[in-house]
Design a protein around this ligand. Structure first.
Ligand code: MN3
Length: 198
């Protein structure tokens, strides 16, 4: 079975006015879908086991080059959509909030580090909050690269490829990242990822 494009976890206009329905339509139905289509064209789909996120992770860990790039981008986008929700933003609570304070000193310091990583990633890529061992870290990756390939658990990501923000923010990546943190992050999803990684 080939991989299929997962539905967005909300309607296309759910993140307005921060990310437009036009952005979500292009980003999900064109960009994300192209990675799925490309991946299916590169792998053997005659056998079962090319359907789930676990199957995708197995391919990511065992491949390089075009297969890795497309498989990783399918994973990254599926994860990225879940990192946002209508009415998101604000601050984390509970164990995740404690872990962020312990690793970064304060939530404000985490925001500074995450923003700096997202804004300074040269060209296309991603900024992440990850868990590595007992510590939380902010990291950035180029192109399709992702924490899974480096033994880290992804907790949160922002897509800083231009296609993620150009329709709504043009060249203003810092404004997009600021809005992502202030108005879009689904901290419940991040907390669930932290609990699963602990
Ligand atoms: Mn993208």
């Amino acid at each position: 079975m080939p991989f299929s494009l997962p539905d967005l976890p909300y309607s296309k206009d759910a993140l307005e006015p921060f990310l437009s329905a036009e952005t979500l339509e292009y980003h999900h139905e064109k960009h994300h879908n192209a990675y799925v289509t490309n991946l299916n064209g590169l792998i053997d789909n005659s056998a079962p086991g090319n359907e789930s996120m676990q199957d995708l992770e197995r391919i990511i860990l065992s491949s390089e080059g075009p297969v890795f790039n497309n498989a990783a981008q399918v994973w990254n986008h599926t994860f990225y959509w879940k990192c946002m929700k209508r009415g998101g933003g604000g601050t984390p609570t509970g164990e995740l909030a404690k872990a962020i304070e312990s690793s970064f000193g304060s939530f404000e310091e985490f925001v500074k580090e995450f923003t700096a990583a997202a804004v300074s990633q040269f060209g296309s890529g991603w900024a992440w909050l990850v868990k590595e061992g007992r510590d939380l870290k902010v990291v950035k990756t180029g192109n399709a690269d992702l924490p899974l390939k480096h033994g880290q658990a992804a907790l949160l990501t922002v897509d800083v490829w231009e296609h993620a923000y150009y329709i709504d923010y043009r060249n203003l990546r810092p404004k997009y990242v600021e809005t992502f943190l202030a108005d879009l992050v689904d901290w419940d999803f991040v907390a669930a990822n932290y609990a699963a990684a602990t």
